[in-house]
Design a protein around this ligand. Structure first.
Ligand code: 3PY
Ligand code: MG
Length: 252
Protein backbone atom coordinates (compact mmCIF):
# COMPACT_ATOMS: atom_id res chain seq x y z
CA UNK A 1 0.00 0.00 0.00
CA UNK A 2 1.13 3.50 -0.74
CA UNK A 3 1.45 5.92 2.15
CA UNK A 4 -1.90 7.70 2.01
CA UNK A 5 -0.54 10.56 4.10
CA UNK A 6 1.68 11.66 1.23
CA UNK A 7 -1.43 12.11 -0.91
CA UNK A 8 -3.22 14.04 1.86
CA UNK A 9 -0.29 16.35 2.53
CA UNK A 10 0.19 16.81 -1.21
CA UNK A 11 -3.45 17.88 -1.53
CA UNK A 12 -3.03 20.40 1.29
CA UNK A 13 -5.35 18.50 3.66
CA UNK A 14 -4.99 18.71 7.42
CA UNK A 15 -3.93 15.30 8.70
CA UNK A 16 -5.48 14.32 12.04
CA UNK A 17 -3.35 11.92 14.03
CA UNK A 18 -4.06 9.72 17.07
CA UNK A 19 -1.47 8.96 19.76
CA UNK A 20 -1.12 5.57 21.43
CA UNK A 21 0.41 5.20 24.87
CA UNK A 22 -1.57 2.20 26.15
CA UNK A 23 -0.24 -1.31 25.63
CA UNK A 24 -3.46 -2.54 24.04
CA UNK A 25 -3.71 -3.81 20.48
CA UNK A 26 -7.49 -3.60 20.74
CA UNK A 27 -7.35 0.08 21.66
CA UNK A 28 -4.86 0.87 18.87
CA UNK A 29 -7.06 -0.99 16.38
CA UNK A 30 -10.13 0.89 17.62
CA UNK A 31 -8.38 4.23 17.10
CA UNK A 32 -7.43 3.14 13.59
CA UNK A 33 -11.15 2.73 12.87
CA UNK A 34 -12.20 6.00 14.55
CA UNK A 35 -11.61 8.32 11.61
CA UNK A 36 -8.03 9.43 12.23
CA UNK A 37 -5.77 9.62 9.18
CA UNK A 38 -2.85 8.17 11.10
CA UNK A 39 -2.16 6.57 14.47
CA UNK A 40 1.22 7.10 16.12
CA UNK A 41 2.58 4.42 18.43
CA UNK A 42 4.57 6.34 21.06
CA UNK A 43 7.61 4.38 22.10
CA UNK A 44 9.07 7.32 24.03
CA UNK A 45 6.40 7.72 26.70
CA UNK A 46 4.03 4.84 25.88
CA UNK A 47 3.67 2.01 28.39
CA UNK A 48 5.29 -0.65 26.21
CA UNK A 49 8.63 -1.64 24.75
CA UNK A 50 9.73 -2.47 21.25
CA UNK A 51 7.91 -5.83 21.10
CA UNK A 52 4.73 -4.11 22.22
CA UNK A 53 5.20 -1.39 19.61
CA UNK A 54 5.46 -4.01 16.85
CA UNK A 55 2.11 -5.51 17.92
CA UNK A 56 0.52 -2.07 18.11
CA UNK A 57 1.71 -1.22 14.58
CA UNK A 58 0.12 -4.48 13.42
CA UNK A 59 -3.11 -3.52 15.20
CA UNK A 60 -3.19 -0.09 13.56
CA UNK A 61 -2.60 -1.78 10.18
CA UNK A 62 -5.82 -3.78 10.72
CA UNK A 63 -7.79 -0.56 10.29
CA UNK A 64 -7.71 2.23 7.71
CA UNK A 65 -5.35 4.66 9.51
CA UNK A 66 -1.68 4.88 8.53
CA UNK A 67 0.63 3.50 11.24
CA UNK A 68 3.39 5.84 12.45
CA UNK A 69 5.79 5.55 15.37
CA UNK A 70 7.62 7.88 17.70
CA UNK A 71 11.04 6.45 18.41
CA UNK A 72 12.24 6.87 22.01
CA UNK A 73 15.51 8.38 20.79
CA UNK A 74 17.73 9.08 17.80
CA UNK A 75 18.76 5.43 17.56
CA UNK A 76 19.34 3.66 14.24
CA UNK A 77 18.58 0.22 15.72
CA UNK A 78 15.18 1.20 17.12
CA UNK A 79 14.20 3.34 14.13
CA UNK A 80 15.16 0.53 11.75
CA UNK A 81 13.09 -1.99 13.68
CA UNK A 82 10.02 0.28 13.75
CA UNK A 83 10.29 0.76 9.98
CA UNK A 84 10.79 -2.98 9.49
CA UNK A 85 7.64 -3.51 11.57
CA UNK A 86 5.69 -1.47 9.03
CA UNK A 87 5.67 2.12 10.31
CA UNK A 88 5.10 4.53 7.40
CA UNK A 89 6.71 7.40 9.25
CA UNK A 90 8.89 8.20 12.24
CA UNK A 91 8.65 11.08 14.68
CA UNK A 92 11.99 11.59 16.44
CA UNK A 93 12.08 13.39 19.80
CA UNK A 94 14.49 16.17 20.75
CA UNK A 95 16.22 16.85 17.44
CA UNK A 96 18.23 19.86 18.57
CA UNK A 97 20.36 20.80 15.56
CA UNK A 98 20.71 20.21 11.81
CA UNK A 99 23.43 17.58 12.32
CA UNK A 100 21.07 15.43 14.40
CA UNK A 101 18.31 16.06 11.87
CA UNK A 102 20.55 14.81 9.04
CA UNK A 103 21.49 11.71 11.06
CA UNK A 104 17.81 11.05 11.72
CA UNK A 105 16.91 11.26 8.02
CA UNK A 106 19.83 8.95 7.14
CA UNK A 107 18.59 6.34 9.65
CA UNK A 108 15.25 6.24 7.80
CA UNK A 109 16.72 5.85 4.29
CA UNK A 110 18.53 3.01 2.56
CA UNK A 111 22.00 3.46 1.05
CA UNK A 112 23.24 5.25 -0.90
CA UNK A 113 21.03 8.05 0.53
CA UNK A 114 21.11 6.84 4.12
CA UNK A 115 22.28 4.13 6.48
CA UNK A 116 19.16 2.01 7.07
CA UNK A 117 20.04 -1.68 7.18
CA UNK A 118 18.37 -4.20 4.84
CA UNK A 119 15.79 -6.48 6.49
CA UNK A 120 12.30 -5.13 5.85
CA UNK A 121 10.54 -8.06 7.59
CA UNK A 122 6.90 -7.15 8.17
CA UNK A 123 7.14 -3.93 6.15
CA UNK A 124 7.58 -6.10 3.10
CA UNK A 125 4.35 -8.00 3.86
CA UNK A 126 2.17 -5.08 4.83
CA UNK A 127 3.30 -2.78 2.10
CA UNK A 128 4.13 -3.61 -1.49
CA UNK A 129 6.38 -5.87 -3.52
CA UNK A 130 9.48 -3.87 -4.29
CA UNK A 131 9.30 -2.34 -0.84
CA UNK A 132 13.01 -1.66 -0.56
CA UNK A 133 13.12 0.26 -3.84
CA UNK A 134 10.13 2.35 -2.84
CA UNK A 135 10.59 2.76 0.91
CA UNK A 136 12.63 5.96 0.85
CA UNK A 137 9.91 7.71 -1.12
CA UNK A 138 7.10 6.34 1.07
CA UNK A 139 8.42 6.90 4.57
CA UNK A 140 7.85 10.25 6.27
CA UNK A 141 10.26 11.79 8.78
CA UNK A 142 9.48 14.39 11.43
CA UNK A 143 12.09 16.00 13.67
CA UNK A 144 10.67 17.08 17.00
CA UNK A 145 11.27 20.69 18.03
CA UNK A 146 11.06 20.74 21.81
CA UNK A 147 14.11 22.51 23.22
CA UNK A 148 15.47 26.04 23.14
CA UNK A 149 18.38 24.91 20.95
CA UNK A 150 15.95 23.36 18.46
CA UNK A 151 13.79 26.48 18.44
CA UNK A 152 16.85 28.67 17.84
CA UNK A 153 17.89 26.43 14.93
CA UNK A 154 14.42 25.58 13.59
CA UNK A 155 14.95 27.25 10.20
CA UNK A 156 18.13 25.20 9.59
CA UNK A 157 16.59 21.99 10.97
CA UNK A 158 13.52 22.40 8.74
CA UNK A 159 15.78 22.79 5.69
CA UNK A 160 17.57 19.47 6.29
CA UNK A 161 17.67 17.62 2.94
CA UNK A 162 15.19 14.75 2.89
CA UNK A 163 13.40 15.75 6.09
CA UNK A 164 9.63 15.77 5.57
CA UNK A 165 8.58 17.87 8.51
CA UNK A 166 9.00 19.19 12.00
CA UNK A 167 6.80 18.21 14.93
CA UNK A 168 6.38 20.30 18.06
CA UNK A 169 6.37 18.81 21.55
CA UNK A 170 4.60 21.69 23.32
CA UNK A 171 5.20 20.31 26.81
CA UNK A 172 8.96 19.82 26.61
CA UNK A 173 9.14 23.13 24.77
CA UNK A 174 7.23 24.81 27.62
CA UNK A 175 9.67 23.35 30.15
CA UNK A 176 12.59 24.54 28.03
CA UNK A 177 11.14 28.06 27.88
CA UNK A 178 10.53 28.14 31.62
CA UNK A 179 6.74 28.09 31.43
CA UNK A 180 4.13 25.59 32.59
CA UNK A 181 3.74 22.36 30.58
CA UNK A 182 0.54 20.35 30.30
CA UNK A 183 -1.92 23.23 29.89
CA UNK A 184 -5.00 22.65 27.72
CA UNK A 185 -4.02 25.79 25.79
CA UNK A 186 -0.27 26.47 25.68
CA UNK A 187 1.05 29.67 27.31
CA UNK A 188 1.85 32.70 25.07
CA UNK A 189 5.58 31.88 24.95
CA UNK A 190 4.80 28.46 23.45
CA UNK A 191 2.17 29.92 21.10
CA UNK A 192 4.78 32.36 19.77
CA UNK A 193 7.25 29.49 19.30
CA UNK A 194 4.54 27.47 17.52
CA UNK A 195 4.00 30.34 15.08
CA UNK A 196 7.73 30.61 14.36
CA UNK A 197 8.04 26.82 13.86
CA UNK A 198 5.11 26.65 11.42
CA UNK A 199 6.58 29.54 9.45
CA UNK A 200 10.02 27.90 9.33
CA UNK A 201 8.52 24.58 8.19
CA UNK A 202 6.47 26.15 5.43
CA UNK A 203 9.29 28.44 4.27
CA UNK A 204 11.33 25.26 3.74
CA UNK A 205 8.42 23.46 2.06
CA UNK A 206 8.03 21.03 4.96
CA UNK A 207 5.10 19.68 6.97
CA UNK A 208 4.30 21.51 10.21
CA UNK A 209 3.17 18.99 12.81
CA UNK A 210 2.45 19.20 16.53
CA UNK A 211 1.03 17.45 19.53
CA UNK A 212 -1.88 19.16 21.28
CA UNK A 213 -3.47 18.58 24.66
CA UNK A 214 -7.01 18.43 23.35
CA UNK A 215 -9.30 19.72 20.63
CA UNK A 216 -9.09 23.40 21.60
CA UNK A 217 -5.30 23.44 21.29
CA UNK A 218 -5.53 21.37 18.07
CA UNK A 219 -7.91 23.94 16.55
CA UNK A 220 -5.49 26.73 17.46
CA UNK A 221 -2.79 24.78 15.61
CA UNK A 222 -4.86 24.42 12.46
CA UNK A 223 -5.62 28.15 12.75
CA UNK A 224 -1.86 28.75 12.77
CA UNK A 225 -1.52 26.71 9.58
CA UNK A 226 -0.37 23.38 11.06
CA UNK A 227 -0.81 20.50 8.58
CA UNK A 228 -0.50 17.57 10.97
CA UNK A 229 -2.24 17.73 14.36
CA UNK A 230 -2.73 15.36 17.26
CA UNK A 231 -5.71 16.35 19.40
CA UNK A 232 -4.55 14.61 22.58
CA UNK A 233 -3.31 11.20 23.61
CA UNK A 234 -5.39 8.02 23.85
CA UNK A 235 -5.66 8.00 27.62
CA UNK A 236 -6.57 11.68 27.85
CA UNK A 237 -9.38 11.12 25.34
CA UNK A 238 -10.60 8.02 27.19
CA UNK A 239 -10.44 9.64 30.58
CA UNK A 240 -12.25 12.78 29.42
CA UNK A 241 -15.01 10.74 27.75
CA UNK A 242 -15.32 8.54 30.85
CA UNK A 243 -15.56 11.53 33.17
CA UNK A 244 -18.21 13.08 30.92
CA UNK A 245 -20.23 9.86 30.96
CA UNK A 246 -20.10 9.68 34.76
CA UNK A 247 -21.02 13.36 35.08
CA UNK A 248 -23.91 12.99 32.63
CA UNK A 249 -25.40 10.03 34.52
CA UNK A 250 -24.91 11.71 37.87
CA UNK A 251 -26.30 14.95 36.52
CA UNK A 252 -23.29 16.87 37.83
C1 3PY B 1 5.81 17.10 24.25
O1 3PY B 1 4.80 17.82 24.38
O2 3PY B 1 6.92 17.38 24.71
C2 3PY B 1 5.68 15.88 23.48
O3 3PY B 1 6.68 15.24 23.24
C3 3PY B 1 4.32 15.45 23.03
O4 3PY B 1 4.08 14.15 23.41
MG1 MG C 1 8.34 15.77 24.36
Amino acid sequence: RDNRLKELFGAGETVVNAWVSADSAYLAETLSHAGFDSVTVDLQHGMFGLDGAVRLIQAVSAGPAVPLARTPALDAAVIGKLLDAGAYGIICPAVDDPVQAARFVAMCRYPPTGVRSYGPARANLAQVPGYVERADAQILTWAMIESRAALDAVEEIASTPGLDGVFVGPNDLALALGVEPGLAVPPPEVEAALARIAEAAHAAGRIAGAFALGTEAALRLTGQGYDFVTPGGDMAILRRAAAEAVAAVRGT
